[in-house]
Write a protein that binds this ligand. Structure first.
Ligand SMILES: Cc1ncc(COP(=O)(O)O)c(C=O)c1O
Length: 430
């Protein structure tokens, strides 16, 4: 199945901005479940999910039906002018899945917009200016979130100086540091506390913003004590804890939200991506008392909480619950993890297999343990030729992330693993 692109005549793409970077050029016509179909009729096993978005699979019939019905009823009802019933239904559904006592919601369109909203809420509520983020985090590409994003210089280079008031602490990434979890955690917490002594005083720090599982920065699950320690520190100093669950939320890790693995409830939970199966929707959840410290009119947007997107989100949550997709993510995650570990035994270039649920990673390192970017990229490219879509991540772009849809079954996982193995063998031969 070598070089799929060569078999397809490429259309003129010169009118699309080159700012969208791509590993391949794939023109798709439709998607169904775990598969995408190109305009040339070829089938691809999609283990990217549009970067962790289509968790219910492509075009889940119930989500499609909800979108169609809502589109025929009301496409748009701006939230300052009307409250549409789709938003109220979504709130009912979200109240069943977000951790208590988070009970009040604000909706926007993209992950970055929601993170910016969370920072604005934290600043407004605390009257403090600064935020702390973690090394390797990805929070978005808008002006403010770009300043909070430290996963790769490509997101910042050429745009500096960036918005002020952002301070960066190390994320506990044991494999990168080469330490055990305990040593890594101790070091990172010590550095965080040093930051509060040396760069941003607690009384000028509004929020600590954290990805409960580091996403674009390398799919890193922090040691168990990390989030509880952040919670404790925040409570001690009156700093708000913001969990950016844009990538890790909505069942991806085998729980509705990754914070649930830790028992920690953030002050603000940021959601997007998987919430609406592909329609643009993001949101914040917080306690009512906190939301009430956000002055009416001081934040908003034309499209936030769009009616069709809300209807898609309602259907997404119902599908996830009724089709047991959270349970499936946990179960299939184990199958995938076991398969990847087995492959790792024959491929020492895979330095580590890690992750939670269906948010897994294979990190490529060379014989001296240094990040092996070219190899990871070559494998993704070869996997594409095998009809398997994968994405890289990590500051060195040497990690392959595994994010199949949560509807994935054992046969599809095994198929994906076989294609991956063939890609590994082919790139190893070069
Ligand atoms: C953890 C996290 N936060 C925020 C964002 C930004 O989301 P968006 O691209 O929808 O603005 C992303 C996107 O990948 C993300 O992974």
């Amino acid at each position: 199945m070598a070089n799929r692109e060569a078999q397809v005549a490429q259309p003129d793409l010169s009118h699309l901005s080159p700012v969208w970077s791509r590993t391949w050029t794939l023109i798709v016509e439709r998607g169904e479940g775990a598969y995408l179909y190109s305009s040339a009729g070829q089938q691809y096993l999609d283990f990217t999910c549009g970067i962790g978005v289509t968790n219910t699979g492509h075009a889940h019939p119930r989500v499609v039906q909800a979108v169609q019905e809502q589109a025929a009823r009301l496409l748009h009802g701006q939230a300052n002018i009307v409250i549409h019933t789709a938003m109220l239904h979504l709130v009912d559904e979200l109240l069943r899945v977000v951790p208590a006592p988070l009970d009040t919601f604000f909706f926007s369109n993209s992950g970055a917009e929601a993170v910016e909203g969370a920072v604005k809420l934290a600043r407004a509520a605390t009257h403090r200016p600064n935020v702390i983020v973690f090394q390797g985090s990805f929070h978005g590409r808008t002006n403010a979130t770009m300043a909070m994003t430290t996963s790769k210089t490509i997101y910042r280079a050429g745009y500096q100086p960036l918005a002020a008031g952002v301070f960066v602490a190390p994320y506990p990434y044991p494999y990168r540091f080469g330490w055990d979890e305990e040593t890594t955690l101790r070091f990172c917490l010590r550095e965080l506390k040093l930051l509060l002594k040396s760069q941003t005083a607690p009384e000028e720090t509004a929020a600590i913003v954290v990805e409960p599982v580091l996403g674009e920065g390398g799919y890193v699950v922090p040691p168990d004590g990390f989030l509880p320690a952040l919670r404790e520190l925040c409570d001690h100093y009156g700093i708000l804890l913001v969990a950016d669950e844009v990538q890790s939320g909505f069942g991806r890790t085998g729980r509705w939200f990754a914070v649930e693995h830790t028992g920690v409830v953030p002050d603000i939970l940021v959601m997007a991506k998987g919430i609406a199966s592909g329609l643009p929707l993001s949101g914040l959840a917080a306690r009512r008392a906190l939301m009430e410290r956000w002055a009416p009119g001081s934040h908003g947007g034309t499209y936030g909480g769009n009616a069709v997107a809300c209807a898609a989100a309602v259907a997404t949550i119902q599908v996830m619950r009724e089709e047991h997709l959270i349970e499936n993510a946990a179960e299939m995650g184990q199958v995938l993890m076991a398969g990847l570990r087995q492959i790792q035994e024959e491929h020492p270039e895979i330095g580590e297999v890690r992750g939670r649920g269906l948010m897994l990673a294979t990190e490529f390192t060379d014989s001296s343990g240094e990040p092996w970017t070219d190899r990871a990229r070559a494998v993704v490219r070869a996997a594409f030729d095998e009809g398997l879509l994968l994405l890289t991540c990590g500051s060195y772009d040497n990690v392959i992330r595994w994010i199949p849809p949560l509807i994935v079954n054992t046969a599809q996982i095994r198929d994906g693993l076989q294609r991956f193995q063939r890609a590994l063998v082919r790139t190893g031969e070069r």
